[in-house]
Design a protein around this ligand. Structure first.
Ligand code: AMP
Length: 206
């Protein structure tokens, strides 16, 4: 199963993708996590990506396409994967179609007002990518790997609105793009997390 998780920032893509990947024993490929790691390690890609991420803009297509192409060629992707946060533009989706066969696209739909509240309370582990919300998790260390959990710079209010604008302008058209291909499954992302998780598994026939 090669699956894309689509949806605005804060819709729960990362959280759900992690759970589904654990259950199906396939890798979660998050371009956001890969880019944040590159920034932390100050690689050339990281240095190039940082200003875009900090401004709530998208990193240029050619940069992320190269990252994903290389990642999907790795051995652990042979039995399937979940793409979390890629593609985010129509040119990315078109490029993807030249080197991957996508079976299903899960679109998590959440209203903007709810997203702002979710993103501003979100905390993330930069080491393993686990995400938490301050309303439910008060610890300063990651439950999974013990590293510190922090607020992402781009989850601060001034950048959140820019990211939502970017989503509506550049990523939302992918809903129609994949609908036309007949592989889009829209799921109400405002529902309880367990309900969403079970709906995803059922949709994927897992
Ligand atoms: P995320 O963790 O998925 O919310 O991604 C964080 C940031 O990384 C985004 O706001 C973008 O600046 C950048 N990014 C992640 N994935 C992509 C992508 N597929 N295309 C362009 N930029 C991306």
């Amino acid at each position: 199963m090669n699956v894309i998780f689509l949806g605005p920032p804060g819709a729960g893509k990362g959280t759900q993708a992690q759970r589904v990947c654990d259950a199906l024993k396939i890798p979660q490929i998050s371009t956001g996590d890969i880019l944040r790691r590159a920034i932390k390690e100050q690689t050339p890609t990281g240095l190039q990506a940082k200003s875009y991420i900090d401004a709530g803009k998208l990193v240029p297509d050619e940069v992320v396409i190269a990252i994903v192409r290389e990642r999907l060629a790795m051995d652990d992707c042979k039995n399937g994967y979940i793409l979390d946060g890629f593609p985010r533009t129509v040119p990315q989706a078109e490029a993807l179609s030249t080197f991957a066969n996508i079976d299903a696209v899960i679109d998590l739909d959440v209203a903007d007002e709810a997203l702002v509240a979710r993103l501003s309370g979100r905390r993330v582990c930069l080491n393993c990518g686990a995400t938490y919300h301050i309303s439910m998790y008060k610890d300063t260390k990651c439950q999974k790997c013990g590293e510190p959990v922090i607020q992402r710079d781009d989850d601060k209010p001034e950048t959140v609105l820019a990211r939502l604008t970017t989503y509506h302008a550049q990523t939302a058209p992918l809903v129609e793009y994949y609908e036309k291909k007949g592989i889009l499954h829209a799921i109400d992302g405002a529902q309880d997390m367990d309900v969403i998780y079970n709906t995803i598994l059922k949709t994927l026939g897992a």
